[in-house]
Design a protein around this ligand. Structure first.
Ligand code: SF4
Length: 345
């Protein structure tokens, strides 16, 4: 049962060192790895793409980077909703995750249990009713799939009563970390959501083909058979998946599983996560050849979140860049990026 695996996770420095028989750097950020996933990391080795993503590193103590790199706070409505785009809103029902990803763009907010997650569901519902231009609700977090099936079903039912909401989407890393989370109850919930909304979508966060195992594949097969739309999002991470061939293998594998690769995110300038950062020019050199290697239906959009909360733009679209490499926002205004990333400005 995924709940048991969740409860028995490695949570302290001592747990971690005992399990891996290795010493690790102490950082200011929480630790959390379910043992079943820790075993996968152990099997792949301490220099593997899995180890780099989930085991603590001394570089996390660096003071470089942004606390809130994509400006969630600017667009937070103080009621678990982030309203950045005209017709869609993010809903953050929990600060809990199935694992602590060391590169996470919300790692500082999650560590501080930021006000972004203040619970006020009634207010959230009222906000959505007062803003009928919002037609899509996107569950994020933390990780919404860490909530019980009953809790998820309750939220879905309440959102279904808001007429203006046509689409519902769940962003989650849980199916990768705890594949047993794709249980009968969850499949039922997603199936009923398909009928309550025009579309119900699951967007799975997956960064490397080594994260995919037989149990994950079996869970996805069941979701797909039940008619659920499954998408993926991937973060480009230095030393983890920053090779064209690594990304090509991942997107091919996902497509074979009938998961549509949707977003490839350029890494954010995260405080405590800058060791995963790479310059935009490097990212573009890695991503551009994918257009030759993969068909369009296997290719995600390569996007960058403009620091400060302006939202996502295409990271490849030359119209959004001046010749010097200066970044322009959606209104054609120049964006100043941090001076500590010289190759980026
Ligand atoms: S599961 Fe998602 S929100 Fe949680 S730490 Fe990982 S990337 Fe961040």
């Amino acid at each position: 049962m995924w709940q048991e695996e969740f409860k028995n996770a490695l949570k302290t420095h001592e747990d971690l060192e005992q399990f891996f028989e290795h010493s690790f750097a102490r950082t200011n950020y929480p630790l959390f790895i379910p043992r079943v996933f820790a075993q996968k990391i152990k099997d792949k080795g301490l220099n593997s793409s899995l180890a780099l993503q989930f085991l603590p590193a001394v570089a996390e103590n660096s003071k470089v980077g942004r606390y809130d790199p994509i400006g969630d706070k600017t667009y937070s409505k103080g009621n678990q909703l982030i309203h950045r785009y005209h017709n869609r809103a993010l809903f953050t029902p929990t600060t809990v995750c199935p694992v602590m990803c060391r590169y996470c763009f919300r790692k500082n907010e999650l560590a501080d249990k930021d006000e972004l997650f203040n619970q006020n569901f009634k207010e959230a519902l009222n906000y959505l009713k007062e803003n009928p231009q919002i037609n899509e609700i996107i569950f994020t977090g933390g990780d919404p799939l860490i909530l019980s099936n009953e809790k998820l079903a309750g939220f879905i039912q309440d959102f279904a009563e808001i007429e203006s909401l046509k689409y519902i989407r769940f962003h989650s890393r849980t199916p990768v970390i705890l594949p047993s989370r794709i249980d009968d109850g969850f499949i039922e919930i997603m199936t009923s959501a398909r009928f309550l909304f025009k579309r119900a979508m699951l967007m799975i966060h997956v960064n490397h083909v080594d994260e995919i195992d037989y149990e994950f594949e079996a869970g996805i097969e069941r979701l797909v058979e039940a008619g659920i739309e499954v998408y993926s999002q991937t973060v480009l991470l230095k030393n983890v998946n920053d090779k064209t061939s690594t990304l090509a293998s991942l997107f091919t594998k996902l497509s074979d599983l009938k998961i549509k690769p949707y977003y490839l995110h350029h890494p954010d300038e995260v405080l405590g996560g800058m060791h995963f950062y790479l310059p935009l020019e490097t990212g573009r050199r890695i991503v551009q050849p994918l257009h030759d290697l993969l068909p369009g239906w296997s290719l995600p959009q390569y996007v960058i979140d403009i620091p400060g909360g302006e939202g996502k733009i295409s990271a490849l679209n030359p119209e959004q860049f001046e010749f010097s490499g200066t970044l322009l926002n959606r209104h054609g205004e120049k964006i100043t990026l941090s001076h500590h990333i010289p190759s980026f400005v």
